[in-house]
Write a protein that binds this ligand. Structure first.
Ligand SMILES: Nc1ncnc2c1ncn2[C@@H]1O[C@H](COP(=O)(O)OP(=O)(O)O)[C@@H](O)[C@H]1O
Ligand SMILES: [Mg+2]
Length: 439
């Protein structure tokens, strides 16, 4: 379970927990109420009545006891009675506790009486001289205990059933949250063309509606930003060409050289912008052909000539052919290698290019031992116009378009680009080219 889905299940867990806690509280309080209201020992008044009642019966039986009377009362009132008078024992039923086993709290208001519960039920016990009588006023019924037990089991299974039903109900209820979360993940991964299904009219449904209108608004904003960039780039192209032509008429000088270099840079930026735009549009289809990747990279290395600290192949097969758009991948390596050189120390280690063949992809690593990129900047470097060092100079690079264009080119090849870097140690750019069919 990853962290984000954990978050969802946490909310889910919390709600479930609330239900379970409320249910247990209800159960416990029901049981407590039952105990308080149906357990007579909590009520002194009840015991008093019972003892009173027993007292009348004892009076009716009399001392010495009239056993016939005792038998009658016991039968009529359904009160098992045990009597011992001057050593003679009599009992109305079997199973009445023996006198020597009786352990009941004294009943303070009547002399000689004790009363309370024992295993037989609610009993009243009276002793006077050699006369002892025990009355089981309220028999505990075995059956009753069983009924209570099965009632508790029934209640518990009912509670468990409710919890299970609730579990599925909450899951069903929170399903839109999962869908929403997946949508948000998609958006953060850069995919704005998703439409959230709106299944309900409740708050979650409204959230989906708001989410959809938000993504469509952001998507519109990005479209108009791209449109602006495209228009400006196009508009700049012709004056730039005119300036270049005009420059030819000016005498050679240091100033002219400087201006020409600036123009070349702006020209490069416009090309990168327009190239990015073309890759975005449906006319920007790749021209895929079998290309020897070693030779392609060699071309770029040659272009950089003797730029320090140099570039080295590291175990790179020279016969590996990949299906790719040569022109675009040239642009990609031009940018990545020029970055690697530019952000390296001239006297440092040379840039290394490695290649690894995997099952369905070829992984090319370009690693330098340069200044590196701070960790919190890593996610930004694929954004257009993003540069770690905001101050731009001719030596340290362009307009921050290279990496964004590189990512576009890798995306178009259905490949992936990753960056690993540690400041002061160096940067590795990993390019995954799929070896299956690209189109
Ligand atoms: N090999 C590298 N070493 C250090 N920083 C790099 C490297 N590659 C890219 N970067 C950082 O990423 C930013 C974006 O790169 P890129 O889009 O090519 O723009 P730039 O025009 O600045 O080269 C650069 O400004 C730089 O700060
Ligand atoms: Mg660059």
């Amino acid at each position: 379970m990853n962290i984000l889905s954990g978050l969802r299940s946490k909310l889910f867990l919390k709600i479930s927990l609330i239900f379970v806690i409320s249910l247990t509280t209800i159960l416990i309080s029901t049981m407590a109420v039952h105990r308080i209201f149906f357990m007579p020992k909590r009520f002194p008044g009840f015991i008093r009545n019972i003892v009173n009642h027993a007292n009348y019966m004892i009076k009716d039986i009399g001392i010495p006891p009239d056993l016939k009377m005792a038998e009658k009362i016991s039968h009529k009132m359904k009160v098992p009675i045990r009597i011992n008078f001057e050593g003679k024992e009599w009992e109305s039923d079997s199973g009445i506790p023996e006198f020597n086993s009786i352990d009941l709290p004294d009943y303070k208001n009547f002399e000689g009486f004790s009363a309370g519960f024992n295993e037989k039920g609610l009993c009243v016990y009276y002793v006077k001289d050699s006369y002892k009588i025990l009355l089981v006023m309220h028999e505990k019924k075995e059956g009753f205990r069983k009924v209570v037990n099965s009632l508790i089991i029934l209640l518990l299974s009912f509670a468990i059933l409710i919890i299970i039903v609730l579990y599925f109900f909450i899951r069903w209820l929170l399903r839109p949250v999962k869908v929403l979360k997946e949508g948000v993940d998609q958006v953060s991964a850069g995919n704005l063309n998703i439409e959230m299904p709106v299944r309900s009219t409740d708050e979650l449904g409204q959230l989906a509606v708001s989410f959809n209108s938000m993504t469509s608004r952001i998507s519109d904003m990005i479209t108009s930003r791209d449109q602006l960039l495209r228009d400006v780039s196009h508009e700049l192209r012709s004056p730039l060409t005119r300036i270049k032509v005009g420059m030819e008429l000016i005498e050679d000088s240091k100033v002219k050289h400087g201006i020409l270099e600036d123009i070349a840079e702006v020209d490069m930026m416009i090309s990168e912008l327009l190239e990015t735009d073309r890759l975005n549009s449906r006319f920007g289809k790749l021209k895929i052909e079998k290309t020897n990747i070693f030779q392609l990279i060699s071309v770029v290395i040659k272009e950089f000539g003797s730029m320090k600290p140099g570039i080295k192949f590291d175990n790179f097969p020279d016969d590996l052919e990949l299906d790719l758009d040569m022109e675009r991948v040239l642009i990609l390596f031009r940018n990545i290698l020029s970055n690697a050189l530019r952000y390296s120390d001239e006297n440092g280690e040379p840039v290394r290019i490695k290649c690894e063949k995997r099952k369905n992809e070829v992984v090319i690593d370009v690693c330098d031992s340069g200044i590196g990129i701070p960790e919190d900047e890593l996610i930004n470097i694929f954004e257009p116009f993003y540069r770690v060092d905001k101050s731009r100079s001719r030596e340290t690079g362009g307009y921050g378009l290279g990496m964004s264009l590189s990512k576009k080119i890798m995306d178009a090849h259905k490949g992936q680009i990753f960056v690993k870097s540690s400041p002061g140690k160096g940067t590795c750019i990993k390019l995954n080219f799929p070896t299956g069919s690209i189109n």
